[in-house]
Design a protein around this ligand. Structure first.
Ligand code: HEC
Length: 213
């Protein structure tokens, strides 16, 4: 009885070993490059869909990413209404005012000072005299805030930060609108008090003619 049991056991293990061997050797015999049986081929071979395109998948036609509706405005973002033209510059100078409340002026100036140290000081210099290390190498160094730019209105400062002017590039991609307005407060601090309120309005109108030509 015992011997019989051993024979059955031996026969069974040999059959199992043969099966395992067959299993190993059968893979890739026909085509070396074939991965064999694929379970869920969709997972390996997903359809390659280009973004912002219309596709038909399983009979359904749809856009795989919806474009925003024309004229939509992203949350927290205010479109800038003044065009990058001499007229837009003048309009900004007359109509555009800092939306950050002046009651927190000192706070904005502090943040503005930090931003100024990162984005502006190398051209405009620490006191805004236009004597930064890079500014001095420009064909025309930046004018001094408390000199030629003393009475530059806040709207124009913001406009220049947004679009750039001359050799100064646009800072719209590096600085949010709020950061640009904080910088306006800091530039105003460097401008110092305006010369005289009466001369202020006269001067604001005068460069309008000069800037156009
Ligand atoms: C690459 C050097 C450079 C950098 C960086 C730079 N500026 Fe200027 N900036 C200039 C030059 C040059 C002018 C003069 C442009 C002109 O009138 O043609 C100027 C002009 C200005 C003006 C006067 C704009 C006007 O309407 O006349 C302001 C204000 C100003 N910059 C602020 C800033 C602030 C704030 C920063 C930092 C965010 C900054 N700039 C970064 C070079 C630079």
């Amino acid at each position: 009885m015992k011997k019989h049991y051993t024979t059955v056991k031996l026969a069974f293990s040999s059959a199992l070993a043969a099966l395992v061997m067959a299993g190993f050797t059968s893979c890739g015999k026909h085509d070396e490059n074939s991965p064999g049986v694929e379970f869920m081929p969709d997972m390996y071979r997903s359809p390659s869909l280009e973004y912002y395109q219309t596709h038909t998948v399983d009979g359904d036609t749809l856009d795989n990413a919806m474009k925003p509706v024309k004229g939509s405005v992203a949350r927290g973002y205010l479109p800038y209404a003044y065009p990058n033209t001499p007229e837009g510059y003048e309009m900004a100078g007359t109509n555009l005012h800092n939306p950050l409340p002046a009651s927190n002026r000192e706070l904005w100036e502090k943040d503005g000072e930090v931003l100024y140290g990162k984005f502006c000081v190398h051209c405009h210099g620490a006191t805004g005299a236009g004597d930064g290390k890079v500014g001095g190498k420009l064909p025309g160094p930046p004018p001094a805030y408390n000199g030629a730019l003393k009475n530059l209105p806040e709207g124009k400062i913001f406009h220049t930060l947004t679009y750039g002017k001359g050799t100064m590039g646009s800072h719209a991609s590096q600085l949010t609108q709020e950061e640009r307005w904080k910088l306006v407060y800091y530039v105003q601090k460097l401008q110092g008090p305006k010369e005289t309120p009466a001369a202020d309005t006269a001067k604001a109108a005068a460069p309008a003619v000069a800037a156009k030509h």
